[in-house]
Design a protein around this ligand. Sequence first.
Ligand SMILES: Nc1ncnc2c1ncn2[C@@H]1O[C@H](COP(=O)(O)OP(=O)(O)O)[C@@H](O)[C@H]1O
Ligand SMILES: [Mg+2]
Length: 255
Amino acid sequence: MTGSHAIETQSLTLRYGNFTAVDAVSLKVPNGARHAIIGPNGAGKTSFVSALTGSVRATSGGVLLGGQDVSRLSQAQRVRQGLARTFQINQLFTGLTVLQNIQMALIEQEGLSQVFWRAIPSRGHLADEARALLALVQLESFESTPVASLAYGQRRLVEIAIALATRPKVLILDEPAAGVPAAQSELIFERISALPKDMTLLFIEHDMNLVFRFAERISVLVSGSLMTEGTPAEIRADDRVREVYLGRRGHHALA
Ligand SMILES: Nc1ncnc2c1ncn2[C@@H]1O[C@H](COP(=O)(O)OP(=O)(O)O)[C@@H](O)[C@H]1O
Ligand SMILES: [Mg+2]
C-alpha cells in the first residue's frame, strides 16, 4: 500500500484512435490535498479525469485509489471505492426543490428496489441526509427553493452536493465554475475549499486567479503530458508555463 496518496496515476495513457490525448501521466495527490490541473484548451485535462474516474477506458497505465489498484474497475465501482466527480448541470430536476433534488440522488444511489421496500417514515431519514449534504455546500437556507429559481453558481453547488452523496474520499471537479457568471465563481471555490479537510479535491480550472488562490499544488498539462508541478508561487514564476499561456488568447493569460 502506498497509503499516503489518496489518488495516484501511473503512466496513465488515453488514445482516441491514433491520437494520444493523455500521454503517460503520473500524478500523486496526497490525502486531503487541494490539487489543480491546468493547461490550455485541448491539453487533455478532461480526458485525463475521464480515464482516472473510469468513465472512459484508459489505453494503458494504472490508477490507485488509497493505494489500491482500481484500474480494472468500472466507473460505478470506483465511485463505491470513494472516487466521485461532479455531474453536469442538465442532471438537475429544475422543477423540483433543492432538497428534493438531493433526495432523488440519494434514492438513485440506494437503488430503486430498496426504496420500494422502504416504509414511508424512512423518507424522513433521507431528508436529514439530504440536509447534511446541503450543509456541506452551505445551501441549507435554499432547501425549499426550486432549482429553476437558483443562480447558476448555486445550481453548481447543488451538483456538488449530489456528488457528495456517495461520501467520496476523492472528489474531482472539472471546471466547476464553467458557465457561471464570473461574480459567482469565487463563491463556488470558497464553498469547495470549505469542504471537510480529509476530503481530497482534484480540480480543473482555467481562471488562474482562482487556481492560485485555492490550489495548494498545481500540475500543468500540455499536449497530454505533464509539463511541471509545483506550488502556486512556483507555477506563477515558471517561464515555460507563462509561455504556454501567453501564446494563447486573453482569458488564459496569467494575472
Ligand atoms: N471522444 C473523443 N474522441 C476523439 N478526440 C477527443 C475526444 N475527446 C477529446 N478529444 C480530443 O482530445 C484532446 C484533449 O481534449 P480534452 O481532454 O477535452 O482537453 P481539455 O479538457 O484539456 O480541454 C483534444 O484535442 C480533443 O479534441
Ligand atoms: Mg476540459
